[in-house]
Design a protein around this ligand. Sequence first.
Ligand code: ADP
Ligand code: MG
Length: 293
Amino acid sequence: MTPIDTHTKEEVLVKALPYIQTYEGKTFVIKYGGAAMTDDQLKSTFAKDVTVLRKIGINIIIVHGGGKEITDLASRLNLQTRFVDGQRYTDSLMLDAVLMVLAGKLNKELVNLINTNSGNAVGLTGMDNMLLRGRRAAPGGNDLGLVGEISTVNTAFLNSLLTMGLMPVIAPLAMGENGEMLNTNADIAASAIASALKAEKLVYLSDIEGVMVDGTLVSTLSPSRAEQLIHSSAITGGMIPKVRSAFHTVDAGVHKVHIIDGRIKHSLLLEIFTDEGIGTQLVPEDEAANSTS
Ligand SMILES: Nc1ncnc2c1ncn2[C@@H]1O[C@H](COP(=O)(O)OP(=O)(O)O)[C@@H](O)[C@H]1O
Ligand SMILES: [Mg+2]
């Protein structure tokens, strides 16, 4: 190692100090999905990153997705995946696949990987101690079957886990009004949890740089611009629930909501410990007006 390298590493640590002081004892909710969840190297660096954050005293809650693996298992089981306006219809057989993949394989693999680094992860679904209560949702008037929106979050339970120094890793399933299990969008579940806890930060890790328009990254996005971009079809598909849920979280008083690129190693640490900021920051209308981008 050259002296320059040593100097750089010292500087990195010292520059992180004000952020560590600001965030100690605060709660971050992280939506984990995309490439960071499928690539072995990225999975491993993610597990280390969240462990570092936990060890320096930040409360970490992870909500994970699983769309692609659910579709893969459904096709191996010869289940028909029906889409209504681009959204998956969940019948009871599909819910079985969702449970197996989301609450089973993916949740336990992630918990295991984090705990290999001594991250104190504990895997949960919304059904565990009624963590997430939901009701059937019909987005855009479309019946999507056993799909829910979140109505309540058991914040007392989450807070007690955090107080014990545990890192909840949550599969986004909710307990419905009639005791049925409901599949929920992971972005929306992460948003509901961050809002209910009045978290310090909500970070969506995705497999894209952030919100893009004509190939250019939008570094700061306001609610009105987002709705315009959805209306003009510049924002489509999975980015729609992401930005809409992000702004619900901003409305609930969470001022730091970011969509960042999970394909970049340690993007989570870069977002938290540097001034530059990466990806898209979603801010209230008045703040966007004062921003240059
Ligand atoms: N304007 C946009 N900017 C960025 N991504 C967009 C935009 N419009 C649609 N998308 C799509 O949304 C995807 C992210 O949502 P999704 O596929 O649900 O991934 P995840 O929820 O796992 O992060 C991007 O990979 C991209 O294909
Ligand atoms: Mg998605």
